[in-house]
Design a protein around this ligand. Structure first.
Ligand code: HEC
Length: 109
């Protein structure tokens, strides 16, 4: 029984943030680093200010509302320039609440 509870906890924890969102605040920093949520850090850098290419934006310190809106516009296709396609493919991996949590975290960096 104890083992079962442990497994249940592990699954709940691993499936993560949608479970957590009702119970506690989302961890924007953890979402940002999570490959399953799009692996933002792979392109934008772990610290959000050392992107892998000079043509990719630094995100640290950006206003949360602005960052959130850009994520939404990149996802919807409203924002679409030469570089946008690189990111568009991962934008569905986070929901609005998760995007907001990441945007808030970015603003605090
Ligand atoms: C495959 C590379 C890649 C990944 C992964 C990626 N991005 Fe991006 N991101 C980009 C590129 C390139 C741009 C610039 C797009 C453009 O020029 O329109 C961008 C733009 C942005 C912007 C707008 C910045 C601005 O100044 O307008 C935000 C915010 C952002 N990304 C957040 C994220 C978050 C959060 C994640 C993870 C959920 C993520 N990105 C994952 C490549 C990526």
């Amino acid at each position: 029984m104890k083992k079962l509870t442990q497994i249940a906890m592990t699954v709940a924890f691993a499936s993560g943030v949608s479970f957590a969102s009702s119970a506690m605040a989302l961890d924007g920093g953890a979402l940002y680093l999570n490959p399953a949520k799009g692996g933002c850090s792979a392109c934008h850098g772990k610290d959000a200010k050392t992107p892998i290419m000079p043509s990719y934006p630094k995100l640290a310190g950006q206003n949360a509302d602005y960052a959130f809106n850009q994520m939404k516009d990149i996802q919807s296709g409203k924002r679409n320039n030469g570089m946008t396609a690189a990111m568009k493919g991962i934008t569905h991996l986070t929901n609005d609440e998760e995007k907001k949590a990441i945007a808030q975290w970015l603003a605090e960096q």
